[in-house]
Write a protein that binds this ligand. Sequence first.
Ligand code: SF4
Ligand code: SF4
Length: 471
Amino acid sequence: MRFPLALSVKIAGHILKHKLRRTPKFALVLQLEPLHTCNLTCTGCGRIREYSTSLKNLVPLEKCLAVADECDAPMVSICGGEPLIYPQIEALVEGLRRQGRIVYICTNGVFMRKKLKDYLAAVHRPEHPADEARLRQLLAEQLIAEADAAIIRRGPEDQRPVIRPSKWLYWNVHVDGLEYTHDLIVEREGVFRECVAAIKLAKRLGYQVATNTTVYRETDVREIEEMFKFFSSLGCDGHTISPGYDYDAAKQDMVKRLGKNPEAFFLTRKMTIEKFAKIEEWGKAFTIFGTPVYQEFLAGKRELTCTAWAIPTYNVQGWKAPCYLMTDTLHSAGHYPTYQEMLTQVDWDRYGVVNGVARDPRCENCMVHCGYDPSGALGTNYQRGDNWKNFKYNFWPRPPAYPADAELTKRVFNGVSIGQGHLAKAKTAAPTSAIPGSNHQGQSSAAALSSSGGARARDLSGTKMAAAKKE
Ligand code: SF4
Ligand code: SF4
């Protein structure tokens, strides 16, 4: 089966329960952001910019569990910020699992191996030959170092819980392309290699792992196909892919401050459809998350109505309205104390695109999964045969893993190793005059990005990508 039976049955049962009760609006996935702190400053990330004044704030553990309980979504995606920085991440995962929820940990991968090693330390039994053999194998594959092995053999340092493999848990690792592109987008060399090592280690230890990719205007979709092949060959259990829609704040900044046309930089609806022309083909070859109905929508074959209330976001300021992307303080309170208040007080008919007309101009180019994927699962724009399509997609066999291929691996690691400076070359190639407001060449790109907001980030990214392609 494409997805574990228990998970598909749980989600189908949740939808059926609410359909029978005629619940008008309910949650399918909670996007829980316990913090917005991050160790990276990725180009195009709106989170660390929109919430730049509350980066140090945390949602207390008890509150995280209470809001999950309140909205009762069967799936919780723990995102951020970087959720592995959250001091009680293990207890949060354990608490959500105790509530019976499917948990996704959306991580940039940098601290993932640390958490996997904590798990190993908790379960390793030095007197067991099989455990020692596993450790030696991980050392041979360079997935852990000798110093790690010594720590693992000593056992856990305290009684804190660890994140254990489970069919109810996925690591969802952010990867936006092959090595060169990914490290450019996340603004740090070596991150792609770390993600690959973390994914390999997680698979060796029996975890489920998915990748999470955003497609930008500069994204070459042939590269995305190579990426799917590679991660499929590593045994990944699925892939989320979504169009990179730029937040309203970034768009306005581009028009007002830079005097530039956002369409020159951001994915419009038309561009999204072009980029996702092969999404259904990818869905057959790889385990792509998202309903086939949503895939048809991305490919431009049908219209869907936004159902952002089905994938609500909770963060340090409350329930974010109307969606993960937009905080609408013009027509709503922006953030609400409870999910029910958000459901009842927001005028949901203001949002989305209907019959080609944007109800709100800020929705015009949005086709992201948090607005439209649930529409496919909920039958919001039902067409004959949709239920069968969704059923078949979920319950039919999973596409086989792509075979390991040394040539493919060479193409995947197309950057340079840590410290060789491909980011430095790209930064030099980006003329400072193209970055209004920047200091001078000595200013670190990460600092420039974090202080300047999304528009300049996209500007710099475009220049960097162009520079990278020329090499
Ligand atoms: S997109 Fe990048 S900067 Fe933003 S939260 Fe994720 S890892 Fe951090
Ligand atoms: S279409 Fe829906 S998900 Fe997209 S920005 Fe508008 S309200 Fe948010």
